[in-house]
Design a protein around this ligand. Structure first.
Ligand SMILES: C[S@@+](CC[C@H](N)C(=O)[O-])C[C@H]1O[C@@H](n2cnc3c(N)ncnc32)[C@H](O)[C@@H]1O
Length: 226
């Protein structure tokens, strides 16, 4: 992300002027409706100014961890959380790289990540790390895009020009299902599926509660996600 400091601050400050301010509460609501995870630890990878984490915090009792590679983003994230009235004792912000997270195994019940995946270098390594920090029985919602609780017109207006499959740039390669599948196949222990719903592209991954589960159990691991 090549932006100067002033642009970065404008992008990471989460208030009503943020270009996606109308979307984050709807995406948070969608995640809670789909997964029904309202307690335990939620990790947001590439949290930026933590807008999604903040909105999840408002409607759940989740303990909230926001990780980003960029310390400037984390400083803004903490400010944003205070501005939105989230109590500091529910929040942890940490600097880290998705490819080698400074977190223990089985850390989070819910792992979310929105808009960070285009910037990752090695998606197989990233998914292996995400699987490692996911609790058995936990779920991920990792990808990019907007909420299906918006109108499609609004979501399309918000979508940056480069976030299209026909963009040959490296940061758009993850939008191709085959690219994601190849990376996810490097995590053979995981159950996963890819959602492409016209609003976004997301990877829902789960870690079996028991590593001894039979292959026939795979489909039962998910809550209803359209
Ligand atoms: C487009 S911003 C998205 C921020 C936020 N999730 C949102 O929805 O507004 C992408 C974020 O991913 C972070 N990021 C990029 N590469 C990363 C990596 N390897 N590990 C962790 N965070 C990373 C960037 O620093 C940036 O804050």
């Amino acid at each position: 992300m090549k932006k100067n400091k002033k642009d970065l601050l404008a992008f990471y400050r989460y208030d009503r002027h943020h270009p996606f301010a109308a979307m984050y509460p709807l995406l948070a609501r969608q995640i809670v409706d789909d997964f029904d995870i309202t307690g335990g630890r939620c990790l947001d990878i590439g949290t930026g100014g933590a807008p999604l984490l903040i909105e999840l915090g408002k409607i759940t009792d989740l303990e909230l961890s926001g990780m980003d590679i960029n310390p400037d983003a984390l400083a803004l994230a903490a400010e944003n959380a205070r501005f939105h009235g989230l109590p500091g004792d529910r929040l942890t912000f940490l600097q880290g790289d998705v490819h080698a997270m400074p977190l223990p195994d089985d850390y989070a019940r819910l792992v979310v990540s929105r808009g960070s995946i285009p910037f990752w270098d090695d998606h197989a390594a990233a998914f292996r790390e995400i699987f490692r920090v996911l609790q058995p029985g936990g779920l991920t919602f990792v990808g990019g895009g907007f909420s299906r609780y918006q109108s499609l017109e609004e979501a399309n207006r918000m979508r940056p020009h480069w976030a299209r499959k026909d963009n040959p740039e490296k940061r758009a390669r993850w939008l191709h299902r085959e690219f994601l599948e190849e990376a996810l196949l490097q995590v053979p222990e995981a159950d996963w599926r890819i959602i492409e719903d016209g609003y976004g592209t997301w990877v829902v991954m789960s870690k079996p509660a028991s590593s001894a589960r039979a292959d026939g159990d795979r489909k039962g691991a998910f809550h209803a996600v359209p």
